[in-house]
Write a protein that binds this ligand. Structure first.
Ligand code: DX5
Ligand code: ZN
Length: 223
């Protein structure tokens, strides 16, 4: 089984102590940092943009996993590449207003990991045509826009289908879950085939980041 990677979502960090928060997450065993970009159009919230990603880049060597919840991602991809993204994930829904295959090609050409994601209401069939062209499938386990929402267990069917696809081809696809991930929902996600866990609240609002990250991996005895 692929090792489980934990990607704390900086959205839940204390932005007034950003450098400390990043250092703490890195020292506590985070594998990647997840950066949620929201434009107030595709989702009903505004988070941060390329300048913020560049500031995070200066503070860490960890891979930066950029999740674009924005319209016209193709227009903005070069700015996030320039800011230091290692992987860039875009949405498949028509409301994201881009030509999905061509945006995925742009990300690939820039040398970044290529990610695709789907909202809870979007069927698995929407991403199926792209599976062979991506490195990472992000299964949203909440409706995107805000941290701190409850996990939707019914999304596990999409995770299982992605795992079945990966296993049948012997493909190297990361299967990532995002939204409401805590020790309990992480366990369920891993059991269904996820190998990358995005977690905002359960890491950055914990007293002990290391214990929180270990608990997500299922290593609750490690400190
Ligand atoms: C939701 C974002 C998530 C969010 C997760 O729109 O894509 O990455 O930060 O936050 P938690 O872990 O608090 O649900
Ligand atoms: Zn996200």
């Amino acid at each position: 089984m692929a090792p489980v990677l934990v990607a704390p979502s900086v959205l839940a960090a204390d932005f007034s102590h950003l450098a400390d928060e990043i250092a703490r997450a890195e020292k506590s065993g985070a594998d990647w940092l997840h950066l949620d970009i929201m434009d107030g159009h595709f989702v009903d919230n505004i988070s941060f943009g390329p300048a913020f990603v560049a500031a995070v880049r200066k503070q860490t060597q960890l891979p930066l996993d950029v999740h674009l919840m924005i319209e016209h991602a193709d227009h903005y991809v070069p700015r996030f590449v320039e800011a230091g993204a290692n992987s860039i994930t875009v949405h498949v829904e028509p409301e994201a207003k881009h030509e999905v295959a061509s945006t995925l090609g742009l990300i690939r050409a820039a040398g970044c990991g290529v990610g695709l994601t789907l909202n809870p209401a979007t069927p698995f069939s929407a991403i199926e045509p792209y599976l062979a062209t991506i490195d990472l499938l992000l299964v949203m386990t909440v409706h995107p826009g805000f941290g701190g929402q409850a996990f939707r267990p019914e999304m596990m069917e999409k995770v299982s289908r992605a795992k079945a696809w990966r296993d049948s081809r012997g493909a190297k696809l990361h299967i990532e879950v995002d939204g409401g991930i805590n020790a309990e929902t992480a366990k369920l996600s891993i059991a269904n085939g996820a190998n990358v866990l995005v977690a905002g609240t359960s890491v950055f609002r914990a007293q002990d980041y290391r214990a929180a990250i270990n608990a997500l991996r299922g290593d609750s005895n490690l400190t």
